[in-house]
Design a protein around this ligand. Sequence first.
Ligand SMILES: Cc1ncc(COP(=O)(O)O)c(C=O)c1O
Length: 359
Amino acid sequence: MRLRKPVARIDLTALQHNLHQVRQLAPESKVLAVLKANAYGHGMLQVAEQLQQVDAFGVARLDEALALRAGGVVKPIVLLEGFFDADELPQIVASNLQVVVHQQEQVDAIVAAKLDAPIRVWLKMDTGMHRLGLAPEQFQMAYQSLSASANCLPGIRLMSHFASADDQQSPDTQAQLQCFYQHSQGLTGEISLANSAGVLAWLESHQQWVRPGIMLYGVSPLLQPQEMTIELKPVMTLCSRVIAIRAIAAGETVGYGSTWQASVATRLAVVAIGYGDGYPRNVANGTPVLVHGKRYPIVGRVSMDMLTIDIGRDQVASGDEVVLWGKGLPVEEIAVKAGTIPYELLCNITPRVDFNYDP
Ligand SMILES: Cc1ncc(COP(=O)(O)O)c(C=O)c1O
């Protein structure tokens, strides 16, 4: 029996291909693969298991790191937001996790703690993102306090995060680089600056560690992806199936709010996917899907479990597969139609979607 429900097909060979592209672009750098938010919706443990050749994993939160450890992952894991209370430190030591330190409270907590073993620290400077990070003027002092503490492993890593590296025309990334080098002058330690956009577009930012996320999943973060010198392959292909075909007369409308009206008599296919599965409700009329490799427009509103496409006179039948994004239909294109970014679409797939991992 063929289930007529949404499936996210995860192409693990494409994941390997994308990692290879990172290595080609940054051959001298170690790779910290970012796996937060369930590996951008792809399945954190499955992705971690596949990425045996990377040097470390990055997650946002302690529970994500603990889930990786519980799943048998032994590689270094970096908590990209660090810790928030000193009472998390024993667990961090026990699970052999590494921490980003981005504010003075964390520096003080590490220095004051009684730990069973020293921890690996990635000291983060705010060079212009103004989200997390020590002010550039506080950076040297924090470094000195931590390097004098027995709770901190020697070889503190130095990092920052870009705000606008996806925009190759923006002067902000150069300014952030300059700020970082100026205020870390004289400090020793491996440096990490580049997210995917840094890997792709700012070669001078690669340094000892790169931190790719979205590009591993086959999606370009660049505002002008046509300027990419390499090819990324989509890892997730989101599919579902047709559950009904119906004729509609000229002048009839379809879906909630009757937002689309047939100008001529046509046929519609009803597809088993909706916002309850994570497909965005707010895509524009005309957003494409693929059936048998051909594009068809979504017409009418996306509802919780279904959407409708205009198939005209074409041979599309109940049970046929429909691709919502992925191979042949970039998620970047659907994100534009939904007024968002691919990251959000990938993360928003809900638990009622099945996941299939190939090979
Ligand atoms: C600190 C840090 N480094 C790297 C990344 C990876 O970014 P991207 O997915 O754009 O490569 C993120 C994700 O937002 C991050 O927060």
